[in-house]
Design a binder for this molecule. Structure first.
Ligand SMILES: [Ca+2]
Length: 396
């Protein structure tokens, strides 16, 4: 069995200490200042707090922790306490009382060899966050296109995209070349996701994923899988489970990778020995890798506006992004033609609600690839338009 986050016995004592302190907690974990590392009250020599040291990059987020009681010293021969038996209703946010969490812990133990008592201890310290639930219920993708677009197509985001591109030009050009993707789209994705690293999120990823996995029934399956991936990821990367912060949905770093994507697509692009998506160079390489692995076609266009005529086009429309299957001549037969030439073997028709009414677009394979990043036509078109605006301002 693999040992995870230090010694089992230390965690057993944390359970005891935390169960004593649980009454005083609020819904949200107090957010220690990033980089402070001062307020945990835990002796710094404790292996629980300081895992195997790793080289620090300046942009890697400092490990922060929720307020925890001081862990009492271990007495040799002390029996390990049993997990706390909390008898509260299963909607209280006291996650240890949730049958679904207990099933999850059991599965993590059986499938991945996690120590069930360590996980009991860990989740005793996770509290539901109402803010996360409120945000998950109202994603930006629910807005009409003309409102959604105005969030991302701003002077600030275009200008900062130019600045980011210039600052990290060598990494961006290297990633574009190595992975065969358009550099403007690497920049634009990072711009849409986090404003080039300014907004990488300050929710504990563990808290976000736990809250959504067990208190957001609509997408519980998805978030339970991501929580599983997060525990695997932090074990692999030798990071404490409370060590990383991200979006309300548990997305991390400049490119806002969810845990499964982090495990599968993140790259140590600057080869400093760690995959650190808060490091712009690693994020750039990782976004490029993600696009390439999802089938980016070098030299093809992403999208162009389209004209439609007749009624046949209506049957080509889809609510969700679909992989393009029709060539330009087949589209023309349905009354759909691009406003200007589009370099793409196939394209799909997209209808969005613009400021001046319906907007029709043809999206090629690369448009679809961008929707693999976020399953939304609005998202992909915002990335496309931001990429074009930044490129134009770069004079390229
Ligand atoms: Ca790295």
């Amino acid at each position: 069995m693999q040992v995870f986050w230090g010694k089992t016995r230390v965690f057993g004592l944390v359970v005891l200490a935390l169960s004593l302190s649980a009454c005083s907690s609020t819904h949200s974990i107090p957010e220690a200042g990033i980089g402070s590392g001062q307020s945990t009250g835990i002796p710094s020599a404790d292996p629980l707090v300081n895992p195997r040291p790793r080289p620090q990059r300046p942009n890697r987020p400092a490990v922060t922790y929720p307020q925890q009681p001081v862990i009492p010293p271990i007495q040799s021969g002390t029996p390990e306490p049993l997990p706390p038996q909390i008898q509260s209703p299963a909607t209280s946010g006291a996650y240890l009382s949730y049958p679904a969490l207990q099933f999850f812990i059991s599965r993590m133990h059986k499938t991945h060899g996690f120590d069930a008592r360590q996980l009991q201890s860990l989740f005793a310290n996770v509290q539901r966050n109402e803010d996360i639930l409120a945000k998950a219920s109202k994603p930006a993708e629910g807005k009409p296109w003309f409102q959604y677009r105005s969030i991302f197509l701003t002077e600030d985001r275009i200008n900062n995209g130019v600045g980011f591109w210039r600052q990290y030009a060598s990494a961006i050009e290297a990633a574009a070349q190595q992975y065969g993707v358009d550099p403007a789209y690497i920049v634009a994705i990072i711009g849409v996701e986090t404003l080039y690293g300014r907004n990488t999120g300050n929710y504990y990823v563990l808290q976000a994923l736990t809250t959504l996995a067990f208190d957001f029934p609509k997408r519980a399956d998805f978030y339970q899988k991501e929580l599983e991936q997060y525990l695997l990821l932090t074990r692999e990367e030798q990071v404490q489970p409370f060590g990383w912060q991200g979006s309300y949905a548990g997305a991390m770093g400049l490119g806002q990778f969810i845990s499964s994507s982090y495990r599968q697509y993140a790259q140590d692009f600057n080869r400093d020995g760690q995959r650190n998506l808060w490091d712009p160079e690693d994020a750039i390489g990782s976004v490029a890798n993600y696009l390439a692995r999802h089938g980016w076609q070098s030299g093809e266009d992403v999208a162009v506006p389209a004209y439609v005529s007749g009624q046949a086009y209506a049957r080509l429309l889809n609510e969700k992004p679909v992989k393009p299957t029709l060539g330009l001549s087949a589209l023309a037969a349905e009354g759909v033609v691009p406003v200007s030439h589009i370099r793409a073997r196939q394209a799909s028709l997209i209808l969005l609600d613009g400021a001046a009414g319906s907007e029709f677009w043809l999206g090629g394979n690369n448009f679809y690839v961008i929707t693999r990043y976020n399953h939304s036509n609005k998202y992909a078109l915002a990335v496309h338009q931001l990429a074009q605006a930044i490129r134009q301002r770069m004079g390229r």
